[in-house]
Write a protein that binds this ligand. Structure first.
Ligand SMILES: [Ca+2]
Length: 179
């Protein structure tokens, strides 16, 4: 099958927790994380941290019901300093586009928004974070990273988690190939 291959450093994996989907009419969904990775890319002199999250199953649409949230602790005190999450552009049923937002817990504000790298009928999502949004002095800085899967349609429940930290995010060359 023709396609694009992107390489990320694997931070963690999660087993198949929900072999069967939620039954029809149950008013909840079960987003099941499979793997979680990260890498750093460079574009026009700017560094970007990217997270890739794979789920079991291939949702028809990237915004719902799968919600993805990556919590980052950059100060090492066990409390998240930033949240990186997917959300529909301009709100529910507004644009149909998926964007990745970075929320700064200290400043209590959204600091960046970028399009999510995602597709229809795909179980892989990549989230892009400008490195400058994290207020870190340099690449290679250790951070505690936890990825959460959320029912982003009915309940808002956290349905799965992969703890990836503490991790040192190193620079890795972007790689493009075909499978
Ligand atoms: Ca899982």
């Amino acid at each position: 099958m023709a396609g694009t291959t992107e390489v990320f450093d694997l931070l963690g994996t999660s087993p198949l927790d929900y072999p069967s989907p939620a039954p029809p009419g149950s008013d909840y969904t079960l987003t099941d994380l499979k793997s979680f990775g990260a890498r750093v890319i460079q574009d026009s002199g700017q560094y970007y941290l990217q997270f890739a999250l794979a789920t079991y199953g291939e949702p028809a649409e990237p915004n719902y019901p799968v919600g993805l949230d990556v919590e980052i602790d950059t100060s090492g005190d066990g409390v998240a300093d930033y949240a990186v999450y997917t959300i529909e552009n301009n709100g529910f049923a507004a644009a149909g586009q998926s964007v990745t937002q970075v929320y700064d817990y200290t400043a209590n504000t959204t600091v960046t928004t970028a399009y999510t790298d995602c597709d229809m009928d795909s179980g892989v999502v990549a989230m892009t974070v400008p490195f400058s949004a994290l207020n870190l002095p340099d690449l290679g800085y250790p951070m505690n990273i936890v990825a959460y899967a959320i029912d982003d349609y009915f309940t808002g429940w956290v349905t799965d988690v992969i703890s990836g930290g503490p991790n040192e995010i190193l620079y890795t060359q972007e790689f493009r190939g075909s499978t």
